[in-house]
Design a protein around this ligand. Structure first.
Ligand code: NAP
Length: 444
């Protein structure tokens, strides 16, 4: 092994940046290149966290400090597996860490899912967060919308749909998103959980915050507030669930407050069909009953809800990467302590995984640190026996291949430009959305 090992990290979201941080702290001589298919760093913090969650977006400050470290280079606008294959990059590095996350919607196999007006939450989140690869316009024509799922993404989607556009003006939302939301006729958003209040995946702070808007009333429909023995055991054993249940019970008992928009929360209603011919005209759910251990079964009692759009927020899914093993069932890269395994269970030398592509799309941002610790510990243990990098200049190689990559200095130019766009309006920033504009500002 040469003296100064070089490591590639694929994905400049929190998972990749935490991995790079641990690596440079553990190994004083290592250099790390962090690639991303987007021209900008920060992954789901920039393109997944809702714009009205500035507290979570503040994590960017800590990530910025890591990327500012001279031994780390950010190389954006390079789609790993497409622009550059794993085999092509390998000679430039001693090891590669895959941290590409999960940015697709899980499938929901029910009739009508393909109808216009039926959307995946991840796509909607990408739109309102100004992701360059989704269309600029979103068809916000429904007066009543359904959101499926009882996780924090469902809360984000329901809240952004229900809030008035002007409430979001203090955030970094792009102008096209503000215009789209301002024209939305929605008054009622129905959130459906297939299980009970003790089985939610919400976190208490996010749940409570849904009720903070002066324009949105959260209505909990009491007929779904049911508990079996399994539910009671969960409430006793898990503080966060007890807090969610307390909040939901309080909301179910309170009087209507007459705000202009409503989020209705329905428990024990499982989606079974999206109704409509040329577009969504309704959602059919089947009433569920608790079976004693916190699981549910269908009762055969169906309800049709008058909604004109349906957003499924039932979990994310990672995308496979060309030439790397991928377990389609779990939508993760097979691994042992972060060491990538092929489908026969054999090691793929020098290849590691961390974050959501390693463990699946669950857990808050901080949880990826634990993941990164494990993966980097494996990498450090293996490093003396890995074949050393053979080639030096990846930037020259990318340049010769005609790949218009962006850099850390380029991001700082775009960052300053977005901040300057927001300043006259008293806003922290206004995001630039089209990819070619982002690259243009990064290359000035
Ligand atoms: P999640 O927490 O796994 O929630 C998915 C929800 O979808 C669950 O309620 C699940 O119900 C439901 N679901 C799954 N399959 C379904 C089906 N076929 N029909 C009906 N419902 C179905 O996923 P997420 O909301 O995408 O969140 C992913 C991670 O990001 C979580 O760790 C979350 O906390 C985090 N996150 C955090 C924030 C924040 O502001 N802090 C914001 C967004 C996301 P079952 O439990 O019954 O399967």
């Amino acid at each position: 092994m040469q003296d100064a090992p070089r490591v590639a990290v694929i994905g400049a979201g929190p998972a990749g940046i935490y991995a790079a941080d641990i690596l440079i702290k553990a190994l004083p001589e290592v250099t790390v290149d962090i690639f991303d298919r987007l021209p900008t760093p920060y992954g789901l913090i920039r393109y997944g966290v809702a714009p009205d969650h500035p507290r979570i977006k503040e994590i960017i400050t800590a990530l910025h400090h890591v990327l500012d470290e001279p031994r780390i280079r950010f190389i954006g606008n390079v789609d790993f597996g497409v622009d550059v294959k794993a085999e092509e990059l390998r000679p430039f590095y001693d090891a590669t860490v895959i941290a590409t996350g999960a940015d697709r919607d899980r499938d929901l196999d029910i009739p009508g899912i393909e109808l216009p007006g039926s959307f995946g939450a991840a796509d909607f989140v990408s739109w309102y967060d100004g992701h360059p690869d989704v269309p600029r316009e979103w068809p916000l024509t429904a007066t009543s919308a359904a959101v499926l799922g009882a996780g924090n993404v469902a809360i984000d989607v329901a809240r952004i749909l229900a809030k008035t556009a002007d409430e979001l003006l203090e955030t970094e939302i792009p102008d096209n998103v503000h215009r789209g939301l301002a024209a939305s006729p929605v008054t009622d958003v129905h959130l459906f959980s297939r299980r009970g209040p003790a089985q939610v995946k919400f976190t208490p702070m996010e749940l409570r915050e849904m009720d903070d808007s002066p324009n949105v009333e959260v209505v909990v429909h009491p007929e779904g507030i049911e508990f079996d023995e399994g539910s009671m055991a969960t409430i006793r054993g898990k503080r966060s669930i007890k807090m969610c249940v307390d909040i939901l019970q309080n909301w179910a008992a309170r009087e209507p407050r007459g705000k202009q928009h409503r989020i209705h929360m329905h428990f024990l209603e499982a989606p079974v069909a999206i109704l409509g011919v040329d577009g969504v005209t309704g959602l059919r759910t089947e009433r569920q009953e608790l079976t004693g251990d916190g699981s549910v079964r269908g009762t055969g009692e169906f309800t049709d809800w008058d909604v004109q759009s349906v957003y499924r927020a039932i979990g994310y899914r990672s995308r496979p990467i060309a030439d790397l093993p991928f377990d389609e069932r779990s939508a993760t890269i097979p691994h042992a302590q972060g060491r990538i395994l092929d489908l026969d269970g054999d090691r793929v030398p020098g290849m590691y995984a961390t974050g959501w592509i390693k463990r699946g799309p669950v857990g808050l941002i901080g949880h990826t640190k634990k993941d990164a610790n494990e993966t980097i510990a494996s990498l450090l243990a293996d490093l003396p026996s890995l074949p050393a990098a053979e080639r030096e200049d990846v930037l020259g190689y990318l340049h010769n291949r005609g790949i218009k990559f962006t850099t850390w200095a380029g991001w700082q130019l775009l960052d300053a430009h977005e901040i300057a766009l927001g300043q006259p309006h008293g806003r922290a920033r206004i995001k630039v959305v089209p990819r070619d504009h982002m690259i243009g500002f990064s290359h000035r």
